[in-house]
Each structure stands twice: as C-alpha cells, then as structure tokens.
Design a binder for this molecule. Sequence first.
Ligand code: 5GP
Length: 193
Amino acid sequence: MMDEQPTEISQGAVYCQRDLASVLLTAEQIAARVAELGRQITRDYGGQPVVVLGVLNGVVVFLADLLRHLDLPCEVDFVTLASYGSSTVSSGEITLVREPRLPLEGKRVLVVEDIVDTGRTLAWLVNWLRERAAEVRVCCLLDKASRREVPVRLDYVGFEIPDAFVVGYGLDFAQAYRNLPYVAVLKPEVYQR
Ligand code: 5GP
C-alpha cells in the first residue's frame, strides 16, 4: 500500500511520490512569478531585441513558459555546459559542450538558467559571453543564495530558496522528475542511495 502524501505531491506525481519530501513551489506560484518576470523583462528591455540563451537541459520548462511572457523581438538559442562532480554537487572543471549557434557579436544576451547554487557554472558562462556579446544579463528561476561561492550578478530571480536538493519544473535528478509541474524537495535517501 502507498504512503499517504500531501495533496500537492500526489497530483501529477503518482509514479514517484515516495521520492518527494515536500512541494516547495506549486505550479500556481511558479506560473504567477514567471508572468511577473516576463513583464519586468519586457519593461526593462523597452522593445530592444534580445537573444534569449537557455542553459540546457534544466531550463526547458521555465524557458518555454517565460518566452510566452516576453513582448520583445527575441531570438532563442541554447548552450550546454558540462561540469565535473557528483550528481548533486558540481565542482571546478566547466566546459561548453554546445556553443550558441547564433552570432552574438553586438547583441544583448539574456541568459536563462534553472537554478544557481555555488554560482560557478553561471560565472564561467557569463565571463565567456562577455567576451562575445555587447551586453549580458541573467535570469534564473531559483537562487540558492546561501550556497554561493563565486559572486555572480543575477538581474532577474524567480525565487530565493533554502539549501535543499530540488527537482521538477525541468530540474532533474539522474534525468528523472523533470516533468513534475511543481518544484519539490527530493528525499535525501533518494540521492544518497
Ligand atoms: P552551480 O555551478 O551554481 O553550483 O550549479 C548549478 C547547477 O547545479 C545547476 O544548473 C543544476 O544543474 C545543478 N543544481 C544545483 N542545485 C540543484 C538542485 O537543487 N536541484 C537540481 N536538480 N540541480 C541542482
């Protein structure tokens, strides 16, 4: 027999509800904040064209939603970064395994990222982009500010969250849970197995 779970968890997560400790952000909270971010970015860019650069793979759900709230001339591209470390902790060595396909010279780039933890990945990417683009700004959905090791400027932040390993709304553990409609805390025993 299945364990009893809070309603938010059991909605849309029948296959994995035993792995989730709690729902940190509901689908409704996320949708409202993403719409706000979209309005703020639209206002700030004031009709100027922007290259929206998503950091794969975790950003796909957030980016798909955010894009539809940007009332701006947009080009969309993606990068993939590899960083070496364990499955829950990133470490020093970072490489770009997929470069942007669009030319970035003279363009305004808005990097869109799912989560910023130590800041190492994003700081590396922003440095790389600053040598190529006219302007670089950053938008992330989730900010684990208490974990920061490398300072990095975040122009737009969806939510500041506590130090817990989260999944859902694009974020994975070992490629699972990306399809959850909310952001949930993964039970530590799942990633400590
Ligand atoms: P940073 O370089 O800021 O330490 O790490 C950022 C990357 O670590 C994110 O892009 C993400 O891939 C991963 N990461 C950090 N914290 C979490 C988390 O709580 N959940 C998931 N799914 N990934 C995380």
